[in-house]
Write a protein that binds this ligand. Structure first.
Ligand code: SF4
Length: 465
């Protein structure tokens, strides 16, 4: 199956309510803001410490960006090389143009095994395409094995952070979820983190030992060797990848790295930027199936080639999903991830989701930023998110989305294009500003003073000279 440049994303979890509406609701939740402020402040401090330890951080960052840019410039070649290497080692490769096609491929593979339950290691690509929902429609239950993903799943909730999907939940809430949803959990379970982790471990151990099919994502795919890499903190990835007889990996096409050696750069950039650790606890690398196992890789486009086609937007595909931009963003810290309505929240979500879906389906996200620039400063692959946001705002305006501001700007452009018209308007403007000091402008003058108009305009002064 071929993919073609500029294909739009099919269905999936990339859109939601308009950001201003969703953000207003989130801002009313004081507990959410407290949880977010505490968690992001802690991760930010850890990241700053471990990044500050490396004298060559700037060089590493530049190397990461350069490797990813090379991948994007030669993606067709790297993907074919990756497919050849995978096939040579006995893995079956599938190509999916969009979310619907990827879901169909995975669902067919799973149902062909006859199983009714699969285990999953955290994968943003499967969340993006809505795989759990598609499997459920086919009568297959997907069990999330990442602790935070499990909390989200058992709470019938949605992830709100790339790295810590249950960041919006407190310990007491998690205890209640476990007591309600885990059939054989200790009824006296406490909210102590160790007790909660132990309850999850026991629950998942039974799943690991009985599952026939596992579904994974991948942080990286190495074109040279056909290896897949999963970076995680709990060891659940290793259990998923090795125990079940069938392994299906769903991988976005931008996850390529050219060679094995390139991994060295990213295994330094990623843990320091995400969890604030020098090295992540578990790095699983597999090249072909383990003995007795059948393995499949589904390579997903779902709008990525459309992003690639835009020279001003394609750098968003460098993203390694570290979440440093979320943890630093003043907007994310106050609204949380649900307000973005997409699997990808925060600054990267504000530029990636509208590009994957087309700005018409996500017109408010490029405006979900103060353009302060901190996301660019902390990004380990130097994605200039603020410039991209401005670029996407331009696209929204060009696409004809009418806002009070765009209507006012169009009217102003008409007035300023004619000298006589402008002169009359300037006189009226003086009257208008005087009047507006006495008649409030809703939403504008509530937080600002309307400036006092000058007694004489420059034009009047010039003519009276
Ligand atoms: S945009 Fe940069 S900082 Fe944000 S998640 Fe991606 S790699 Fe990390």
């Amino acid at each position: 199956m071929s993919t073609f440049l500029g294909m739009p994303a099919g269905r999936g979890n990339l859109t939601g309510a308009p950001f201003p509406e969703a953000a207003r609701e989130a801002l009313g939740d004081a507990q959410l803001r407290r949880n977010l402020a505490k968690a992001t402040t802690t991760i930010r401090a850890k990241r700053a410490t471990v990044v500050g330890e490396l004298p060559d951080w700037a060089a590493l960052r530049a190397a990461g960006a350069a490797i990813k840019d090379d991948v994007l410039a030669n993606l067709d070649e790297y993907l074919v090389r990756f497919e050849e290497a995978l096939t040579a080692r006995g893995t079956h490769v599938h190509w999916a143009r969009d979310a619907d096609e990827a879901n169909r491929i995975v669902t067919d593979l799973v149902t062909a095994t006859g199983t009714r339950e699969v285990i999953k290691v955290k994968s943003m690509a499967t969340a993006e395409i809505g795989l759990n929902e598609a499997l459920a429609r086919a009568g297959v239950h997907a069990v999330e094995t990442d602790l935070a993903e499990l909390i989200v799943q058992l709470g019938h909730d949605r992830p709100s952070h790339i790295l810590v999907p249950a960041i919006h939940r407190g310990r007491a809430e998690i205890r209640e979820i476990f007591r309600r949803e885990m059939p054989d959990v200790d009824p006296d379970l406490t909210a102590d983190p160790r007790a909660l982790a132990e309850a999850a471990r026991e629950h998942l151990r039974r799943k690991f030992l009985t599952a026939d099919v596992a579904i994974s994502g991948a942080n990286f795919g190495i074109a040279e060797t056909g290896s897949l890499v999963v970076v995680e903190s709990e060891g659940n990835g290793r259990m998923c990848l090795t125990l079940p007889r069938t392994l299906i990996s769903v991988v976005g096409i931008e996850k390529m790295l050219p060679t094995w050696r390139d991994l060295e750069v990213f295994l330094q950039l990623l843990p320091r930027s995400s969890t604030g650790e020098r090295m992540n606890p578990y790095t699983s690398v597999w090249t072909g199936p383990t003995e007795g196992q059948t393995s499949h890789v589904v390579l997903v486009d779902n709008g990525r080639t459309a992003v690639l086609a835009d020279p001003d937007g394609r750098a968003a595909l460098r993203c390694i999903r570290c979440s440093a931009c979320l943890n630093s963003c003043p907007v994310y810290e106050r609204t949380g991830g649900h307000a973005y309505g997409s699997t990808y929240p925060g600054p990267i979500g504000a530029v990636l989701s509208p590009q994957l879906t087309g700005v018409a389906r996500n017109p408010t996200l490029p405006f979900a930023s103060s353009l302060c620039g901190v996301c660019y400063d902390v990004c380990p692959v130097a994605i200039d998110i603020p410039s991209m946001l401005v670029h996407l705002r331009g696209k929204v305006v060009e696409a004809g989305r009418t806002t009070p501001e765009s209507t006012a700007m169009r009217a102003l452009a008409w007035v300023m294009s004619d000298a006589r018209r402008w002169r009359r308007f300037a006189r009226l403007g003086k009257f208008g500003r005087t009047a507006s000091r006495h008649v409030p402008l809703p939403g504008w003058s509530t937080a600002r003073d309307v400036p006092q108009p000058p007694r004489q305009t420059f034009r009047d002064w010039w003519e009276a000279r």
